[in-house]
Design a protein around this ligand. Structure first.
Ligand code: HAM
Length: 435
């Protein structure tokens, strides 16, 4: 029988990979909590319709959909490609009972039927931070700050990563002032979103295919080349454009006050691929630009109402584990959750099996991670096994344990050892003299 390989674009988490995944998730949890977010989760699949309504064509084309054989209504299901629609659905369900602003985080496992490539898989984990119920720029700033706070805590500097920020509402106004119709905007967003993944000439060709009017194309290309917020000021023609611009300036000011200004830059090409964003939007990239986006998010003030709830403003982001891990490995900053045993019990005499198992069981019941060898091998081999399992201490039990209840306790870090009574030791292993 040929072996069945893992599915392309998925990962097996052997203990070494699992320890890395746990370390990443632990960092996400810590930073979420210290910024005032509480954890939630939802189901791994939803009605397909939840995504086809509002997420936009790109994500719909990447859905793993499944027929629901048990359903009477024949509605198809889909594995979640993102958790934002689930979050909106859940919040809508309890909107009146939840104190606002709602500051929630989650670390869902997501699936997208993308073509697997460097930094993009078909199954991944994504840290989500969302603030629902506030239209204040402070909420956008706090969301962006939380992403940077995490990256900074890992040792990534402003010279390593950058949050590129813009505003969809402001861009919409600028484009309409140039002569684009409102119904053409989605097409332009998709165009701009694809810009970083294309060379200059590929982009020019693609843009010309999308915008047939030569004058509009020229104006769009000039707007796309804008480098700073200042350059935009003379182009603001409507109150809505001025409001979008003022909000963006306020956002940069707030991020500066929060101490992360040097991690943030304006970039007019940031529009986000998902359809539901309405205001400030951002993506975080490595400065080396060798990787895809680490993180992306923004304001989505109409998603809850478009899903049958009240008009409640919201902002947030998602950060995947795949690009993050690549970048951390590149920078030598990747760590894993430390695993160790408190005790490894070494059996040096076949007659003491029951006594040894009693000692193992008493240590475990007191909360100490304890292991022993199943095989009756030599003491040297058992010591090797203890070291391989990262045991802090070994306890050698043998003839003297049977005869006078004595054990030898060894500190594996410094090699020091001590003879002591098994009963005394089991009464209070905490006070081990050579720990
Ligand atoms: P997104 O831009 O689709 O946004 O994904 C955010 C991040 O998830 C990406 O920057 C990337 O790190 C990671 N990611 C996305 N697709 C893949 C993939 N196929 N393989 C590995 N990593 C991937 C959203 O999902 C929004 N729902 C985020 C959000 C939350 N907006 C507001 N709140």
């Amino acid at each position: 029988m040929p072996k069945i390989p893992p599915v392309k674009g998925t990962r097996d988490f052997y203990p070494a990979e699992m320890a890395i995944r746990n370390w990443i998730a632990q960092g996400w949890r810590e930073v979420s909590q210290r910024n005032g977010f509480v954890e939630y989760d939802g189901p791994i699949f939803e009605y397909l319709q939840l995504y086809t309504q509002k997420s936009g064509d790109e994500i719909v084309s990447q859905l793993f959909s499944i027929p629901d054989r048990a359903a009477r209504d024949g509605r198809d299901l889909a594995i979640r490609p993102e958790i934002t629609p689930t979050l909106a659905r859940m919040v809508n369900q309890q909107i009146n009972a939840l104190p606002r602003p709602i500051k929630w985080f989650s670390i869902p496992r997501l699936c997208r039927a993308e073509r697997p490539q460097r930094g993009r898989l078909r199954e991944f984990f994504q840290w989500n931070i969302d603030i629902i119920g506030s239209d204040s720029v402070l909420a956008d700033a706090e969301s962006i700050f939380t992403a940077i706070d995490y990256l900074r805590s890992l040792g990534l500097k402003a010279s390593d990563v950058v949050a590129r920020i813009s505003s969809r509402s402001m861009l919409a106004e600028l484009l309409m002032a140039l002569g684009f119709a409102r119904e053409d905007l989605d097409k332009i967003y998709v165009l701009l979103d694809k810009r970083p993944k294309m060379t200059e000439s590929e982009f020019s060709k693609y843009a010309a295919e999308q915008i047939s009017d030569a004058d509009l194309l020229d104006k769009m290309m000039r707007l796309e080349a804008v480098q700073s917020l200042d350059e935009l000021e003379p182009m603001l023609q409507s109150d809505a454009a001025r409001k979008g611009y003022a909000d963006l300036c306020e956002l940069f000011k707030t991020l500066k006050a929060l101490g992360v200004g040097d991690y943030c830059e304006f970039d007019i090409k940031i529009v986000r691929g998902l359809a539901y964003y309405t205001g400030p939007v951002f993506e975080i990239f490595d400065r080396g630009k060798s990787l895809r986006a680490l993180c992306g998010g923004g304001r989505y003030d109409n998603l809850l109402s478009s899903m049958g709830g009240p008009q409640v403003p919201a902002t947030g982001f998602g950060m995947g584990d795949v690009v993050l891990e690549l970048l951390l490995a590149e920078k030598g900053l990747l760590r894993s959750e430390a695993s160790h045993l408190d005790f490894f019990v070494i059996n040096a005499d076949t007659e003491l099996d029951d006594k040894m198992l009693m000692a193992v069981s008493r240590l475990r019941s007191q909360g100490y991670a304890t292991a022993f060898s199943y095989k009756k091998t030599g003491v040297g081999k058992q010591f090797k096994q203890a070291a391989a399992q990262n045991a802090r201490h070994t306890i050698v039990m043998g003839r003297e344990t049977i005869e006078s209840n004595q054990i030898t306790l060894k500190n594996m870090a410094d090699g020091s050892q001590k003879e002591l009574s098994l009963d005394k030791f089991l009464e209070n292993p905490e006070e081990i003299p050579n720990s």
